[in-house]
Design a protein around this ligand. Structure first.
Ligand code: NAI
Length: 643
């Protein structure tokens, strides 16, 4: 339990640094041109301090010189200091005193400006340490007492050490401020915690090493006062303990199965059939916890920043390119999709295409439409007994393997990863060997630098004469010009292509392809995975993932997040802690649990890149101050509680 709090005066108590206030008043004695001139000199001095050409103590002395601060300026500033106070200071100080915490104030400012405030707050003078001005009747501008420890860069650590040695800092100590000088008190081991208060100016280095970050002074209270504060709060009612209702926006006409599943889980749903533009999406999602989209709606970093309440995104489709996944992760937002919901749909189309090509059905059907009766079937074959070569034995490739084997084909496959063969399938040691042995070649690889153009003039040359080629994977995998030559020469007797290097962006755009108007060529507009069943599976799978995340914290299947799952237990409360993946975070979390005597019943941590994700089950429901503390840990991105 924290007993002593050392405050940096300016940062924690004031709306503006005391010296700046003093200078502002002091400059008023000059006309406007003179004021501008002196302000320019002050700015250039500030720039030199940034580059450490001038120490902070000497900077203050020069600031007094440049603005010609005199005794009457100091007196005037002193009498007006109360107007500079942050509104919540009085309440915070009273509260700490009522709870018997010792308050210590360190200030690089001058006692003339600090004491009026600390006296008003009834902080004992023996606990207030400031710089001192020396007024010399000979000199217009006062000097600063250079013998005072606070004149020096390391003055705060010196004073803290002095207090400790005097036995005046008994028990744990926290230091609150916004500078490396404040941080150094914790680093020296005299203070146990450094609480960074985001006020007045930013010190990235101090912030990055802070134990906690607060944005308002009263957020400091739960960090330094009793855990049993919660006892003063009323007990939570049954109604309050009910699961929260998550505001959910579904766009792009997501299948109704998703709506009904989410409604059953008590989510508040608003559904839209169109894909909203940036402005509309920003408006719709201003209070939204869950966002469901399909492939058109763009969720980029700029818009994500505005979605302050968003917990999770569901992409009710296969791909997730439309979302800035890294930016979402940085905001603590997992993104889910249904990558394999249309696997079966693609596999079935491949089988259908193979049959149609082996029998030259499309050319004959087209001719029949034109009134021609082409009954010649010289090359027509059954599939049974033929060899199919599958390139890429992943989700779709292995399904294709099962379906073709059921139809009586021999299966060979080639994959860069050692995949387990299904049924009687055989792995081929090289692509060339697979091509040379197959009557039907079907591609099921991703689009990677290695797979681009994997079927080209050379590899087409390895294929059996009279074989067929099917591509339902990605457009750039096949060199269409080379394929056209192979078709024209008769080496390849038929092909079915569902994916193209350049696909039209909409149904209104014209589709152009070098394979158009060739016989026994099936061209389909990227429909391999588009079936009603696939849409239903996507709706079911993605809504289940969203519900699981918000009811249990599970992130299995998230595309941008550490994947964690912990079975729910009935007698505990679950906390989800999402943080930046840096050393010491877990220690800080455990420290808080130990301070508040929290009984942890289960815990699991996973990290991925810069994100850490911890699920913790705790036994008792005195978690309110603990949640507050966890949210103040510097590395925390988000904390959620699930009852
Ligand atoms: P997957 O990731 O499950 O399988 C891909 C397989 O290819 C993996 O086994 C991998 O090891 C293998 N592979 C990667 N590089 C290779 C290389 N250089 N040589 C040989 N094998 C290699 O992917 P899934 O779900 O089976 O999808 C396959 C393709 O189908 C993807 O490109 C996907 O975009 C596409 N697809 C097309 C659809 C359509 O509507 N036409 C619908 C769904 C997926």
């Amino acid at each position: 339990m924290i007993q002593n709090i050392i405050f940096d005066f300016d940062c924690c108590f004031l709306q503006q640094e005391a010296i700046e206030f003093l200078i502002e008043l002091g400059l008023r004695k000059f006309d406007v041109t003179e004021q501008q001139f002196r302000l320019e000199s002050l700015r250039s001095l500030a720039a030199r301090t940034e580059t450490h050409e001038v120490s902070r103590g000497h900077k203050m002395a020069q600031q007094l010189q440049i603005s010609k601060i005199n005794q009457s300026d100091v007196k005037r500033a002193s009498s007006l200091m109360e107007t500079q106070l942050l509104p919540e200071v009085q309440m915070v100080i009273n509260y700490l005193k009522e709870n018997n915490r010792q308050i210590v104030v360190f200030s690089r400012g001058f006692e003339e400006l600090v004491l009026p405030v600390t006296d008003m707050l009834e902080i004992p003078r023996r606990n207030v340490f400031t710089n001192r001005l020396i007024f010399d009747p000979e000199r217009e501008v006062p000097a600063i007492d250079e013998a005072n420890p606070l004149f020096l860069q390391s003055g705060k650590v010196y004073l803290a050490e002095y207090l400790k040695n005097q036995g005046r800092l008994l028990g744990p100590t926290a230091v609150a401020g916004n500078s490396r000088a404040d941080l150094s008190i914790r680093k020296s081991g005299i203070a146990n915690y450094f609480i960074y208060f985001e006020n007045l100016r930013m010190d990235e280095a101090a912030l990055s090493e802070a134990d906690f970050v607060i944005r308002q002074l009263d957020q400091l209270l739960p960090l330094v006062t009793s855990p049993f504060l919660t006892n003063q709060k009323k007990n939570t009612t049954q109604e309050e303990r009910q699961a929260p209702k998550y505001n959910t926006i579904l766009v792009e006409n997501i299948h109704p199965i998703a709506t009904s599943r989410l409604k059953d889980a008590d989510f508040n749903i608003a559904s839209y059939t169109h894909s909203p533009d940036v402005d509309e999406l920003t408006r719709l999602t201003s209070k939204c916890h869950v966002l469901g989209i399909r492939s058109k709606t763009q969720v980029r970093a700029e818009i994500l920043k505005k979605m302050q309440h968003l917990f999770v995104i569901g992409c009710f489709c296969i791909g997730t390119d439309q979302v800035d996944l890294a930016a979402a992760a940085q905001q603590g937002i997992p993104v889910f999709n249904a990558p394999y919901a249309n696997t079966r749909s693609v596999a079935e189309l491949v089988v259908g295409m193979a049959i149609m090509l082996m029998r030259d059905v499309f050319s004959k059907s087209n001719a029949a439409h034109q009134g021609q009766w082409l009954k010649k079937t010289t090359h027509a074959c059954e599939l049974r007994g033929k060899t199919v070569g599958i390139i890429g034995y992943g989700h779709i490739g292995s399904q294709v393997s099962i379906l073709f084997e059921d139809l009586g084909l021999k299966i060979i496959y080639y994959d860069i990863v050692d995949k387990l063969p299904l049924g009687n399938a055989r792995r081929m040691p090289s692509l060339e060997m697979l091509l040379a042995a197959s009557d039907i070649v079907t591609l099921h690889v991703p689009d990677t630098p290695e797979t681009r153009g994997i079927i080209n003039e050379q590899t087409l040359g390895f294929m059996k004469s009279g074989s067929i080629l099917i591509n339902t994977s990605r457009g750039k995998v096949v060199d269409l010009k080379a394929l056209k030559s192979a078709l024209v020469s008769g080496r390849i007797i038929g092909t079915a292509i569902d994916v193209f290097p350049d696909e039209p962006g909409s149904n209104q755009e014209r589709f152009i392809c070098e394979l158009q108007n060739l016989p026994n060529v099936i061209l389909t507009p990227h429909i391999g995975g588009s079936t009603l069943e696939a849409q239903e599976r996507i709706a079911d799978e993605v809504s289940t993932k969203l519900i699981n995340f918000l009811k249990t914290g599970a992130t299995i299947g998230a595309v941008n997040f550490p994947e964690v799952d912990l079975p729910p237990t009935s007698d505990s409360y679950r906390i989800l802690h999402i943080h930046r993946n840096q050393p010491q975070v877990l220690a800080k979390i455990h420290n808080i649990f130990s301070q508040y005597q929290i009984h942890v019943t289960a815990e699991i941590l996973k990290t991925r890149d810069s994100i850490g994700y911890l699920i913790v089950d705790i036994h008792q429901d005195n978690s309110a101050p603990v949640l507050e503390l966890l949210s103040r840990i510097t590395e925390t991105i988000r904390v959620l509680k699930i009852d």
